[in-house]
Design a protein around this ligand. Structure first.
Ligand code: NAP
Length: 308
């Protein structure tokens, strides 16, 4: 079978760290081109300053991976779908819910694959956590997602703009895991968003959710964490406590702890290839909907200015 000719759009941090190596390591794909307005590209790979230049004047491609900030993703995805090209959307899949729904409808109509990727769902501990929790009664959940924004997002102006999500940019990873491992739907009860007075997006948030059986879910998001970082989800059940730590990579069950190799992006690209070969899409908007609910229902408090 011929490899899927893919272009990576937006050669920023995640494209360099994860997408390019994952594509290079998967024989189902061949890197046909890159697109980025201010990057010179990679030696030996056709490079374009805009997706339009590639789609209307470059080599033939079958798929694109959109690794740009979410605010520009809809127009890029719509353009690719118009040309019959399969689309991989980095998380979050868009800047609004309705644009993602519109893309999903468009992809179905055109008959190509749209994949809204949630990389944290491919962390090693997540699938076994989901299987273990399927048989349990959930009593209480605690999410602590605290990291240092200066370490992980230096100089990323877009992340503080409307649609950039602020601390929900990492926080939505926890929500993508939560909505995947809990057996029942979850909804927001109350949220407090702390927004620096010189920025448009929150630097911290405290949220309370409930599942449809009444289990209490507390979430603590903070970008002001220095020293040790925390990406932990703890679930108390009728059969003991489950803990996912290191962003889902490490799973602790009452019987012991499992550490496994990080295969998030290789897992995403295997899934994308399977979706394309099977003529299917995978667009789950649940994590983005919970974030939208937090912005809809959350109380906002102004906190001290943040400067990089
Ligand atoms: P980033 O370092 O700021 O990179 C984004 C890149 O997008 C920039 O390099 C920019 O290219 C490019 N870009 C902007 N507008 C474009 C357009 N219209 N066409 C083509 N390229 C465009 O951001 P990032 O950290 O990689 O994050 C990108 C996305 O991946 C975000 O949604 C984020 O949530 C997600 N993500 C990030 C991480 C992470 O660890 N950083 C992890 C998982 C997922 P130029 O520099 O050439 O202008």
């Amino acid at each position: 079978m011929d490899p899927i000719r893919i272009a990576v759009v937006g050669l920023g941090k995640i494209a360099r760290d994860q997408h390019l190596p994952a594509i290079a390591g998967n024989a189902a794909f061949s890197l046909a081109a890159t697109v980025s307005p201010h990057d010179p590209g990679r030696e030996g790979v056709a490079h374009f300053a805009s997706l339009g230049d590639l789609l209307y004047g470059g080599p033939a491609i079958d798929a694109v991976a959109l690794c740009t900030p979410p605010q520009v993703r809809y127009d890029l995805a719509a353009l690719a779908l118009k040309r019959g090209v399969h689309v991989f959307l980095e998380k979050p899949p868009g800047a609004t819910l309705s644009e993602v729904v519109a893309l999903r409808e468009r992809a179905d109509k055109v008959g190509v694959t749209l994949f809204a990727a949630w990389h944290s769902r491919f962390a090693a501990g997540v699938a076994p956590a989901r299987a273990w929790l399927a048989e349990r009664t959930i009593q209480k959940v605690s999410i602590v997602w605290r990291e240092d924004v200066r370490v992980w997002h230096p100089g990323q102006a877009w992340i503080w703009e409307p649609g950039g999500l602020g601390v929900f940019d990492p926080g939505i990873n926890a929500l993508s895991i939560l909505t995947h491992i809990l057996p029942r739907p979850v909804f927001l009860e109350d949220a407090a968003l702390s927004i620096p007075e010189n920025r448009a997006a929150p630097i911290a948030a405290e949220l309370r959710f409930r599942d449809t059986a009444g289990a209490d879910i507390h979430m603590d998001l903070d970008w002001r964490q220095t020293g040790p970082q925390s990406w932990n989800i703890t679930v108390e059940t009728d059969a003991g406590t489950l803990k996912l730590s290191s962003g889902g990579a490490v799973l602790t069950l009452p019987g012991g702890t499992e550490h496994n190799e990080d295969l998030e992006y290789p897992g995403l690209y295997s899934r994308f290839a399977n979706l394309i070969r099977g003529g299917r899409s995978d667009v789950d908007i649940d994590p983005l909907r919970l974030v939208a609910d937090a912005f809809l229902r959350g109380r906002r408090e102004s906190v001290e200015p943040f400067n990089d």
